[in-house]
Ligand binder design. Structure first.
Ligand code: 13P
Ligand code: ZN
Length: 273
């Protein structure tokens, strides 16, 4: 790890949280091979004078992110395993600085010779699009977590639950905490080829509707103030999905909370909605 990174307490805290999260994702069974990716907006946390960007390799972006110009981001690497990220985060992730015009980025945490097999996640377009929108909204959310939670992915394989209303009705009904911590439910994005600008745009289009976006038959994107906060929102909805399948596997149809019970929770915990 570069010297300036080791002495930056705020950044090392973020890296420690990412390693902890990567371990949870692996333990949950949500991180087969290279599944999932994580990013965090480090802008304002790096004060070192890194003005000579020529010494860092530069890469083009498919579109511009003007709001992110000059910003710093922690981003996991493409093809990297969560279980390896947990043991050695900076070998499996990087820190990028977006160029002032928002059209390129420099990888500033690795030496050139360590770059030959390293690139940021293939879902970088979605991560950057989300970070740009969060910044535009002055949001306190700096973390973006993408993972493949088995139970939620399984639900979106069922035709009935490819309707957002039905999906959230079931998830909120399985446990009272679902509506407390994910009051807007999952925003469902129909299946689109991963790693594309198209799925990034479709995700961005739903960001104003929820902090947890579900990619049909693939996985979730969640935003949070830190990576563990983002994880909690996915974890709570996954628990609901798990309860649903447990009851079904036991041969019963889950009763679910009634509309009155759900409304009572909404009123108590989210009177503003
Ligand atoms: P990366 O290895 O490129 O991060 O991709 C993993 C993934 O989950 C794609 O959706
Ligand atoms: Zn994925």
């Amino acid at each position: 790890m570069k010297e300036w990174l080791k002495s930056n307490k705020k950044v090392t805290r973020v890296i420690k949280d990412v390693a902890e999260l990567a371990n949870y994702l692996w333990q949950r069974g949500w991180a087969e091979r290279n599944a999932g990716n994580i990013s965090y907006n480090l802008s304002g946390m790096i004060q070192e004078d890194l003005s000579n960007m020529d010494e860092y390799p530069v890469f083009g972006l498919d579109r511009g992110y003007p709001e992110l110009g000059g910003g710093y981001f922690f981003v996991t690497g493409t093809g990297k395993r969560m279980r390896d990220l947990a043991r050695n985060p900076m070998k499996n992730a990087c820190i990028i600085k977006v160029s002032d015009d928002g059209r390129h980025y420099h990888i500033i945490s690795r030496n050139k010779k360590n770059l030959y097999d390293f690139r940021p996640t293939s879902e970088l377009p979605t991560h950057l699009a989300i970070h740009e929108q969060l910044k535009l909204n002055d949001s306190p959310n700096r973390a973006v977590v993408h993972t493949h939670p088995n139970e939620l992915v399984a639900l979106t394989q069922i035709k009935e639950f490819q309707q957002e209303k039905e999906l959230n009705r079931i998830l909120w009904g399985m446990h009272p905490e679902a509506i407390v911590f994910v009051p807007n439910g999952l925003a469902l994005v129909p299946y689109i080829l991963p790693g594309t600008e198209t799925i990034a745009q479709a995700t961005l289009d739903r960001l104003s509707d929820s902090e947890v976006i579900m990619w049909e038959k693939h996985g979730t994107f969640a935003v949070g103030e830190d990576v563990l906060d983002a994880f909690d929102k996915i974890d709570i909805m996954s628990k609901s999905a798990r309860i649903f399948f447990m009851v079904r596997q036991a041969g019963y149809v889950p009763e679910g909370l009634t509309d009155e019970q759900i409304n009572e929770l909404k009123k108590k915990f989210h009177p503003e909605n």
